[in-house]
Ligand binder design. Structure first.
Ligand code: LLP
Length: 486
């Protein structure tokens, strides 16, 4: 390691800040792109505490405990509406557009209701998510069912409910859906998941349209055409609505979506030419990136809509002569709606300085959660940021690593962040951007009950997913000895 004139914190490696993380001029500042819209800070005279929808976070911590996910309902609804209105507006002059919220990012009954109220469809990928949709009476025709290995029970559940689309992912599944549709005496509306061969620039485990992965039918090798033939051969049991592509998640570069759309449209045109079939729908999936740290600059739904509509218009223009009309476009954002609407509130338990070599020290701040409520740092090397939430501080910024309470060293919540140097046990820390794929990927690792989801709106807070208890965990544990004795 080389010494650095700005001091050890600025040197390479050994406890240094990554290049994208600048030394803050104001460590208490909130970057607006990271936080739900109603988040702010009290005046310094009042303590400088973080507030959400007018509520100081210490009130939330007292009432609901920590760790807790806090979702700003108005912010969620505004982001959903921005997709439903601003994204779709430029498509009005074309074939129209529809937005399906991807429930895998986070779903519960309240969220399904918000999505329904704001006029979006719902993308589900399991019987469990479908059950939530049914519970709130989500209109069936606005529901999609995904998955590369849907069970017979899930397909039956979807067809009985009358979902608007089942996105088929394999030849086995086409046979399965057709058989169940015949048995129920219904027509199954299907879309074909196409692997368009785009290498999305994201983590390998969340990129989904390059060739060597489990999803979809390859465009390149002709599998997608084969799937279409197979569907059409089933006659009236299956109604082919259109083609679908999803290239990955947390993507900022619109070029990936554009290439995917162009390839999908190529196939759409071939289907029109070969079968005289004008598929009414075309789905471009989700994957729009959000800001987790100052290094990310996401596009707005309005800008995304304008760019995608321009592309669709351009690509379909030459096809008009062949009688190919522009289908209705759909997209499936999850993260971009729920991600920034939520932060996780933790309490600091310990602060420890560790020698990391060459005389450098790293400060580990342990909180009362961790990889059980946010596995994304450990699983994908995701970057997060955080702020001191329960008070203001005039102490100098110190580079810290925020870690969880679990029994492994990879249990990291925030790899690198500056917090005031006087951060101490009892302080509250808030981590923004935890609405997507945190509660939905949460585990009970180390028999840790999963945190609640608390919705705030207009100065009021309510639980929309309750905190798990040790009793919940023990209730699943079948003690053989007990039953043998009874
Ligand atoms: N549509 C389909 C077919 C999908 O598979 C997904 C996400 C979406 C839409 C929504 O993507 P979004 O807009 O939320 O990026 N657990 C990973 C992300 C996995 C994404 C799975 N599919 C993570 O935490 O980053």
């Amino acid at each position: 390691m080389r010494a650095h004139e700005a001091g050890t914190l600025h040197a390479d490696g050994y406890g240094a800040a990554p290049g994208w993380l600048p030394y803050p001029s104001d460590v208490m500042e909130l970057l607006p792109q990271l936080w739900p819209r109603s988040v702010g800070r009290q005046d310094l005279a009042e303590g400088g505490e973080l507030t959400v929808a007018g509520l100081p976070v210490s009130h939330l911590a007292r009432e609901f405990g920590t760790a807790a996910y806090v979702v700003d309902e108005a912010d969620f609804r505004a982001r959903a509406r921005a997709f439903a209105d601003d994204f779709t507006a430029p498509f009005e002059r074309l074939g129209g557009a529809e937005v399906f919220y991807a429930g895998k990012a986070f779903l519960c009954s309240a969220v399904a209701r918000w999505v329904m109220d704001e006029g979006l469809g719902l993308d589900t990928c399991s019987g469990g998510e479908l059950a939530v949709a049914k519970r709130v009476g989500f209109p069936a025709e606005r529901i999609a069912l995904h998955g590369n290995n849907k069970s017979v029970a899930e397909i039956r559940q979807a067809l009985e409910y009358g979902v608007g689309r089942i996105v088929v992912d394999s030849l086995d599944e086409i046979e399965r859906v057709a058989a169940i549709a015949r048995e129920l005496g219904v027509v199954a509306p299907v879309m074909v998941r196409v692997t368009v061969g785009v290498e999305a620039h994201t983590h390998e485990f969340i990129a989904t349209a390059h060739e060597d992965q489990k999803f979809g039918f390859s465009l390149q090798t002709g599998q997608a055409r084969g799937a279409i033939d197979r569907i059409l051969a089933h006659g009236s049991a299956l109604n082919l609505l259109g083609l679908h592509s999803h290239i990955g998640s947390q993507i900022f570069d619109i070029a990936g979506f554009e290439i995917a759309a162009r390839r999908l449209i190529g196939l759409h045109a071939q289907v029109a030419e070969a079968y005289g079939l004008h598929l009414p729908e075309l789905d471009l999936g989700g994957g729009y990136g959000i800001a987790y740290t100052s290094e990310h600059t996401p596009m707005t739904p309005a800008d995304l809509g304008a760019a995608m509509a321009a592309l669709i218009e351009r690509e379909f223009a030459p096809l008009a002569a062949k009688g190919v009309t522009v289908p209705r476009i759909s997209i499936e954002p999850g993260r971009a709606i729920v991600g920034p609407s939520t932060f996780t509130l933790y309490e600091v338990g310990t602060v420890k300085s560790v020698e990391v070599g060459h005389g450098n020290v790293r400060t580990y701040v342990s909180v009362d959660g961790g990889m059980s409520d946010n596995v994304r740092t450990a699983l994908y090397g995701a970057d997060y940021s955080c702020t001191l939430a329960s008070r203001t501080s005039h102490a100098a910024p110190r580079l810290v690593r925020v870690v969880g309470r679990h029994c492994e060293s990879g249990d990291i919540v925030v790899m690198d962040e500056y917090l005031p140097a006087d951060v101490s046990p009892g302080d509250l820390i808030a981590v923004p951007g935890t609405g997507a794929y945190c509660r939905s990927l949460a585990s009970q690792y180390n028999h840790t009950p999963r945190p609640p989801v608390v919705a705030v709106r207009d100065g009021r807070a309510r639980v929309i997913v309750r905190r798990e208890t040790i009793d919940d965990i023990l209730a699943l544990d079948v003690d053989d000895l007990d039953s043998a004795e009874q």
